[in-house]
Design a protein around this ligand. Structure first.
Ligand code: 13P
Length: 257
């Protein structure tokens, strides 16, 4: 983290878990565990139907609500889709885009992800742009080339002023839901590389200001070490964000120099 230049963000990705009726007890437990003062932005990305309940329950502990996906279209005959304006209208402040599960199970490519990033920015929603390599790509030593390509494609046509409204999340696919975390050195190396890619496109100042998160089996035990890395500005957390005590421990881990 480097709080002088950028905000720390701890975002939970609930994926397709939990029920709206479980949010209130979850938030009550979380609130009891949270420190009085917090040095990070806290976000919970739920299925879209649960966003209003999250906003209601999260109000007094300042949790921002986020979506997990968005349509690239503004409106119209796209059955089953949710537009950025609809997410903004119900109060979503963030939205995950390009998660590897969507790339893998829904065939999302980098062009589509770029269109979704722009749709969100247009509506004032902060995209959490996910990038990350597969195990095969890592073993072939292609990690940085591949991640650089993903970052460039996602941000194509996004100007520097709009970049300030974006968050990047580095999530190596092999670390997601596997319990196999990237080491702090591996995660730092790629997050630093992502910042260098952004510096190449936008220059030093915007690169210094963009928050880059790590995701992939981040938990109550390993969060502090990951967050101590200079280019890791927070976390995108799956499994551990479903447990209030663990999520609170990760939030507390941001309180370090
Ligand atoms: P896990 O924390 O469960 O590995 O999930 C990470 C993730 O995919 C967050 O988007």
């Amino acid at each position: 983290m480097n709080r002088k230049y950028r905000k720390t963000v701890i975002a939970g990705n609930w994926k397709m878990n939990m029920l709206a009726s479980e949010i209130k007890p979850f938030m009550e437990q979380l609130k009891a565990e949270l420190p009085k003062t917090r040095t990070c932005e806290m976000v919970l990305c739920t299925p879209a139907v649960m966003i209003p309940a999250m906003i209601k329950a999260g109000k007094d502990c300042k949790v921002a609500a986020g979506g997990q996906d968005v349509s690239k279209y503004a409106k119209g005959a796209y059955t089953g889709e949710i537009s950025a304006s609809q997410l903004a209208d119900i109060g979503a402040k963030y939205c995950i885009v390009g998660h590897s599960e969507r790339r893998q199970y829904h065939g999302e490519d980098d062009m589509l992800i770029n269109a979704k990033v722009k749709a969100l920015i247009d509506q004032g929603i902060i995209p959490i742009i996910c990038v990350g390599e597969s195990l095969e790509q890592r073993e072939m030593d292609l990690t940085m080339e591949y991640v650089a390509y993903q970052v460039k494609a996602a941000l194509s046509g996004v100007d520097a002023a709009k970049l300030r409204r974006c968050v990047i999340a580095y999530e190596p696919i092999w670390a997601i839901g596997t319990g196999k975390t990237a080491t702090a050195e591996q995660a730092q190396e790629v997050c630093q590389g992502i910042r260098a890619v952004i510096r190449g496109i936008y220059g030093a100042r915007p690169a210094r200001a963009v928050s880059i998160l790590y995701g992939g089996s981040m938990n109550a035990k390993n969060a502090a070490e990951l967050l101590a890395q200079p280019d890791i500005d927070g976390g995108l957390i799956g499994g551990a964000s479903l447990k209030p005590a663990d999520f609170a421990t990760i939030i507390k881990a941001t309180d370090q120099e």
